[in-house]
Design a protein. Structure first.
Length: 180
C-alpha cells in the first residue's frame, strides 16, 4: 500500500489532537466560552456575594428583623431558612456552570487558536469548485438527453454552489479585515 495522503493524516491528527468531539463540546469551545466566559465568572461572584450577605445576616439572628432586611425574616426575626437555601442553590448552579465552562475550555489560548487554524485549513471551497465544474460539464455533455426540468434542477444546484462560494469568500474577507 502507498503512503496515506497528507489530507488524511491532517484529519486524523485533528481528530486525535484533544479537540472536542461532540457538537456540544464544539459549541462550548468555539462559541460559548469565547463569548460568555467572563459573564459566567461574574455571575459566580454575584452568587457568592449574595450567599455571603445571606449567611452573614443569618448569623446576626433576630437583629435582622429590625433592619431593612426584615422582609427576609421568619417569625423569630432571623433570616428565613428558605432564603438561605435559595442562596445556596443559586451559588451551586453558578459554580456548576463555571465548572462546565472550565471543563471544556482548552488548556491555553494557543491550543484554541491552533484548533481554529486546523479547522480553517480543511478548506472545502476548492472541492465545491470541482463539484460545480463537474455539474456544468455533465449538463453540457448531456444537453440533448436531459429533460427541461432536469436541466433546470442542475442549474439551480450550480447557482446554489456559486452562491455559497461567494458568500464564504465575502465572510472570509470580512473576518480578515476584522483581525487586521
Amino acid at each position: 500500500m502507498g503512503k496515506p495522503e497528507k489530507k488524511d493524516s491532517n484529519l486524523k491528527n485533528l481528530k486525535n489532537s484533544g479537540q472536542p468531539k461532540t457538537k456540544f463540546g464544539k459549541w462550548m469551545v468555539y462559541r460559548a466560552i469565547p463569548q460568555w466566559e467572563n459573564n459566567v465568572m461574574a455571575l459566580v461572584y454575584v452568587g457568592a456575594a449574595i450567599l455571603v450577605i445571606v449567611v452573614g445576616l443569618r448569623g446576626l439572628g433576630p437583629i435582622v428583623g429590625r433592619t431593612f432586611f426584615s422582609f427576609m425574616t421568619d417569625s423569630t426575626g432571623s433570616i428565613a431558612t428558605s432564603i438561605v437555601i435559595s442562596a445556596l442553590l443559586i451559588e451551586f448552579v453558578m459554580i456548576c456552570t463555571l465548572a462546565v465552562f472550565m471543563f471544556f475550555k482548552p488548556e491555553d489560548a494557543d491550543q484554541m487558536k491552533a484548533a481554529a487554524r486546523e479547522v480553517q485549513s480543511l478548506d472545502i471551497l476548492p472541492h465545491l469548485e470541482r463539484v460545480k465544474d463537474y455539474i456544468e460539464r455533465y449538463v453540457d455533455d448531456n444537453k440533448g438527453v436531459l429533460l427541461h426540468d432536469e436541466h433546470k434542477n442542475f442549474q439551480v444546484a450550480v447557482d446554489k454552489v456559486e452562491f455559497f462560494i461567494s458568500t464564504e469568500m465575502k465572510r472570509r474577507s470580512t473576518d480578515d479585515e476584522e483581525t487586521d
